[in-house]
Ligand binder design. Structure first.
Ligand SMILES: NC(=O)c1ccc[n+]([C@@H]2O[C@H](COP(=O)([O-])OP(=O)(O)OC[C@H]3O[C@@H](n4cnc5c(N)ncnc54)[C@H](O)[C@@H]3O)[C@@H](O)[C@H]2O)c1
Length: 348
């Protein structure tokens, strides 16, 4: 067992500031180095977290070493090269979502971690949000029976409000960097995990209503899962006035409702006596939202105690396969079928 995990942060932007850095502090890890090409971002977070080693060249930081793990908090187009090099240098990797822009890039990351015998975790933090942990417990208990339909929304006013200095969110590049990848990956991963099923078919519509980008700022996805559950996902960077980040799962014995935040409880609606509705409520703590700190804590725990990755590279890849299928479906106006990962086919 490692005494204290030593980590280096790659990318000192918004998710590093709100998720990774406080997450490592809370989990008792030592943050020994930080890297960003933007000197002001580097100074701000370096000062705030009193990190002595500050780099502008990530390859140099990796080569210099002195840490056990790397948190990759840069734009998605950089994730694969950074994760592969990190694993090759012998570091465990926590990489932000979406995992990478192509399945080939995801495969390279998985293979590099496997060859180096290092842990690779994709930071799908929604799994760790308190309200989703409650939802998972309820679904897994079998009380609601078979999940027929899931309806998930993740919509807010856009990344320019979240990280005002960023430009990459709107650089469409290979048409995989829009809201379907940004917010859609969150909800696809969440549903895969909650349902314990893989996505088998996807159709999707996207639109660019108002953002200065060629990418989609709003999208609607329809999914079929391997256990038969249907899902619809609405994602947007153009929603006003407030964010919606919620979920409803209709099952054969009742409905599970997961709210956006802790101002409302998780609710279960079931048929009551004489045609009434029996409602059960599950309050949760706002401190457990949106799961950023718990995701980092799970990474630290897994590395320190030699556990399996809490969200594996294969998970990140399966989610990206569905995201890319949605882009394909949208671009080519068709329903896209996905190959099931071998563990589904093999039943293990
Ligand atoms: N899990 C979540 O809830 C969540 C929320 C927001 C963002 N994210 C993800 O986190 C990642 C970063 O998003 P963000 O919103 O923090 O972006 P951001 O723009 O705020 O931060 C990214 C940082 O990376 C730096 N950077 C860019 N190129 C670099 C390079 N070559 N070397 C070193 N640093 C470099 C930038 O200067 C910037 O400071 C993305 O993958 C995004 O999808 C996840």
């Amino acid at each position: 067992m490692l005494n204290q995990l030593r980590v280096a942060i790659l990318g000192a932007g918004k998710i590093a500031e709100l998720g990774h850095l406080p997450g490592y502090v809370q989990a008792g890890a030592a943050i020994v180095a930080v890297c960003d090409t933007d000197a002001s971002a580097l100074q701000r977070l370096g000062d705030k977290y009193q990190i002595d080693r500050r780099h502008t060249d990530w390859r140099q930081m990796l080569a210099m070493g002195g840490f056990d793990a790397v948190s990759i908090c840069t734009p998605p187009s950089l994730h694969a090269d950074m994760a592969v090099a990190s694993a090759q240098h012998g570091y465990h990797v926590l990489v932000e979502k979406p995992m990478a822009l192509t399945l080939n890039a995801c495969d390279r990351m998985i293979e590099a971690a496997r060859s180096a015998n290092k842990l690779l975790m994709v930071s799908h933090n929604q799994r760790f949000a308190a309200r989703h942990v409650i939802a998972k417990r309820i679904l897994d208990s079998g009380r609601l029976g078979r999940p027929y339909v899931a309806r998930a929304t993740f919509a807010h006013g856009g990344p320019e409000n979240w990280s005002p200095r960023q430009t990459w969110y709107f650089d469409a590049g290979p048409a995989t960097q829009g809201v379907m990848a940004d917010l859609g990956s969150h909800k696809i991963d969440l549903l895969r995990w909650l349902l314990g099923q893989e996505v088998t078919e996807v159709s999707a519509f996207g639109a660019t209503f108002e953002k200065a980008t060629k990418a989609d700022d709003t999208a609607v996805l329809s999914l079929r899962f391997s256990g038969g559950t249907l899902a619809s996902i609405y994602v947007s960077w153009a929603q006003r006035p407030r964010m919606t980040d919620d979920l409803a799962i209709q099952c054969d014995r009742g409905t599970l409702l997961v709210p956006t935040d802790a101002s409302e409880p998780v609710r279960v609606l079931e048929p009551g006596q004489g045609g009434t509705v029996a409602e059960s409520v599950y309050a949760f703590d706002a401190a457990g939202e949106p799961g950023w700190l718990a995701a980092v804590a799970a990474f630290v725990d897994a590395v320190t105690n030699h556990k399996q990755s809490p969200v594996s590279g294969e998970d990140g890849r399966a989610t990206m396969a569905a995201v890319l299928a949605a882009y394909d479906a949208f671009a080519n106006r068709r329903v896209v079928q996905l190959m099931l990962p071998s563990r589904e086919l093999g039943g293990s």
